[in-house]
Design a protein around this ligand. Structure first.
Ligand SMILES: Cc1ncc(COP(=O)(O)O)c(C=O)c1O
Length: 350
């Protein structure tokens, strides 16, 4: 006998990347930032803890919204906070999609979108990128059952970017909201924040996990027009962000100098890493994120992943149905990246 909804029984569930809790792994598999966050973050957590955790936190994380509004040049009423940006993707899906409805997203991209569709009992339409990583015309087609479109920009696993003008035109042709998932946008040359005011269908989600080095904290936010935020607030858990994370995230986004310097370091390592991977014989997609996606004409990739893992280096090996496989390698510190590349070089050229 099953107690569960059919949709739950049928689905596999999302498998996050490996998160070993012991051992001394060099972790280049889930796009965390390898550097410590702004020192202001630690001070803010200590201060919030010293003030006590007896009371419930602010349900709307007002302190963060005000600080972020100031930094981003939008009104606080345009911002919704979440327990990581995954929480916001969940809220948006629950708010917009009913069983049998259609959700669209590109392929290959973030695997969680499919899980969110399956949780709702919705149908998904995964539209393959073109060989140059642009979107095919089908991605913009209207469909009466379409309720939500996800577009990760930069995309994962490729780090490729669709330009904002194309995204605006896409939103104009779609009959439903378009969530631009900007988990990696702080590492890119462009973003879609300014489009939110131009079309109410465009929503932008951001994460503090990658560019602010706070994956363990769980904090993200969504920027959308206030009438959209007003509806989404009804769907979220009352206290989806805790007092420590609100304090820490507010301090993190307040230290833009830290962000600028960290970004510069990550981008320099990314360029060096891409160049060296190419020298070793990999095909590397030009990335605007804090990871690179690479394939190899001759070498099978899964044994390379296993080889790295047996040497305490974790990268992400992904095999996409109907697409093929590749290695997604996060940008670590220079010594971490060199350790990974030395192992690959020795293995590939032996
Ligand atoms: C494209 C994309 N969106 C969202 C997320 C989730 O980020 P967060 O840690 O903010 O939940 C990830 C995490 O890997 C991601 O790759």
């Amino acid at each position: 006998m099953s107690f569960f909804r059919d949709a739950i029984e049928r689905m596999d569930g999302y498998s996050p990347g490996e998160q070993p809790q012991g051992g001394k792994f060099i972790k280049l598999n889930t796009n965390e930032n390898p550097y410590p966050p702004s020192p202001a973050v630690i001070r803010a957590i200590e201060q919030a803890a010293a003030n006590g955790l007896v009371r419930y936190p602010d349900p709307l994380a007002t302190a963060f919204r005000m600080q972020a509004a100031d930094v981003l040049g939008v009104e606080p009423s345009w911002i919704l906070c979440g327990n990581g940006s995954d929480d916001l993707l969940t809220i948006v899906t629950r708010a917009l999609v009913e069983p049998g409805d259609l959700m669209r997203f590109p392929h290959p991209s973030y695997v969680l979108y499919r899980t969110l569709a399956e949780l709702q009992g919705a149908r998904c339409q995964q539209v393959s990128f073109q060989p140059d990583w642009s979107l095919p015309p089908e991605f913009s087609e209207a469909d009466d059952n379409l309720r939500l479109v996800f577009l990760p920009n930069p995309n994962s696993p490729t780090g490729t970017v669709i330009d904002p003008q194309t995204i605006l035109a896409l939103a104009e042709s779609l009959p439903c909201p378009l969530l631009v998932d900007e988990a990696y946008a702080d590492f890119a040359q462009v973003n879609c924040l300014e489009l939110v005011a131009q079309n109410e269908k465009i929503m932008v989600s951001r994460s503090l996990s990658k560019s602010y080095a706070l994956a363990g904290l769980r904090f993200g936010f969504l920027v959308a027009q206030p009438q959209m935020i007003e509806q989404l607030v009804k769907v979220k858990d009352s206290y989806n962000c805790d007092a420590l994370s609100i304090a820490a995230a507010t301090a993190a986004i307040g230290d833009q100098q830290w962000l600028v310097e960290n970004r510069r370091t990550i981008l320099a390592t990314r360029e060096r890493m891409s160049g060296r991977l190419e020298q070793i014989g990999f095909e590397v997609v030009a990335s605007q994120a804090n990871f690179v996606w690479c394939t190899h004409r001759e070498e099978p990739l899964q044994p390379l992943y296993e080889h790295l893992k047996s040497n305490q280096v974790l990268v992400r090996y992904i095999q996409y149905p109907d697409w093929g496989d590749g290695l997604r390698i996060s940008v670590g510190t220079d010594p971490q990246v060199d350790a990974c590349l030395d192992l690959l070089e020795a293995r590939v050229s032996s």
